[in-house]
Design a protein around this ligand. Sequence first.
Ligand code: BDR
Ligand code: CA
Length: 308
Amino acid sequence: MTTPIIIDTDPGQDDAVAILLALASPELDVLGITTVAGNVPLATTTRNALTTVELAGVPCPVRAGCDRPMARPLRTAEHVHGETGLDGYDLPAPTTAPAEGHAVDWMIETLRAAPAPVTICPLGPLTNVGTLLDRAPDVAARIARIVLMGGAYFEVGNITPAAEFNIYVDPEAAEIVFRSGIPLTVVPLDVTHEVLTTTARTDAIEAAGRVGPAVAGWLRFFDRFDREKYGSEGGPLHDPCTIAWLLRPDLFTGREINVEIETRSDLTRGMTVADWWRVTDRAPNALFLGDVDADGVFALLTERLARL
Ligand code: BDR
Ligand code: CA
């Protein structure tokens, strides 16, 4: 039995590693990759998704989605990911083109036609998924679960003092997702800041077969920003944690809690108001992860990358 998934993404080095982990894992059937504007503009995230699929050597269609948030101008993160979004290792330009059609249209058709509900893994701003649910509310019943990287509780913010990047960029889309009633698993900064690319872990990945040197190059570029910012012994490996949770939920712990998205305040826009201590009577709407076996995640990732 394989789990059918759609990866919705804005590569980004950590997004690219998540794509490789999914494509290397026989438990998952990646029906397609949809791209969104986020870390870098849409044309670049789409190109980077194609580059990553070609590096994996596992065919998988890539489709471009929304080029800006539902209600706001786009905010990007070249200061973290570099101008190309995949700075750190030079790969050849992709030889394949994106599949035809808008990613949101494709998702609607695919979800309606799928023999069983499909899991969606959003790794960037939630614009494509919010647009999908806004435009075709019937497909909510065709989504088994949404497993997303975004938000924070104890760690609070990385793009503002109050907000994590993916939720901050498109809080209106995030609000639609968190109010959808679809089962949600949320991988927040609280978890990803435990999963650090230490020198020893990155060196092990570099030795992990054909794709190892590219992944290590990306991670060494990506983690310079967070090492400097936090004084940590590595950078947080955000997005691959979503795929790792699908493969090995036993490596994580969390709580079923209520999470609301702040959309109105300029000061706290995009904050995930997570009722971790259950101090309200608002109904739980998400499995909000809180802890992780980081060594277990890196062992899984390294072993899977070596298969490509
Ligand atoms: C998230 O923002 C992006 O920079 C990363 O790819 C990740 O999805 C972390 O806040
Ligand atoms: Ca991302």
